[in-house]
Design a protein. Sequence first.
Length: 189
Amino acid sequence: MRKIPPVNAVRAFEAACRHMQFQLAAEELGITPSALSYQIRQLEEFLGIKLFNRLNRAVVLTKEGRILSSGIIEAFEKMEETFALLQSDEDNKTLVVSTGPAFSAKWLAPRLYAYLEQNPEIDFRLSANLKLTDFDRDGVNAVIRFGAGIIQIYSPKHYFRKFQRRLFHLNYLKRWEVRQMKVCLKKLL
């Protein structure tokens, strides 16, 4: 029998390493920051080493924590890739776009109809809201947002230069080939 630490504790550690904030890691996992901290303490007790230095409103990985984090993050990425192999081809034909309600109704939707008529194999879903999108949690492939600043979690692409600044982020999710998405966007825009 393998002697591994509690899986939830490892999952909490991995999320905390990626975010370097217990608050954000806890939100991602749907638990409280104190529950996340407890799970990480469980892992530290199991291993007999300290993984984080806890400062005022911040955490810093210890030397041992840095060593462990690279392997754990890599392992989770490998598991994610492996599970993605189980997705059917039907799942790969779904495109979910999140945009504001006004832009969706007045600009995008009228232009989408003709495109979707010509491409019936695409299962298109539109999420019209203004909330900050979490690609992993919300299952969104693309986000169209308008604004004067850059939202840190997105890698923005600026389009429509005649308007102030627009953010357009594509999350390809390894399901869409870049060429497919570019063709799709050219036809839409």
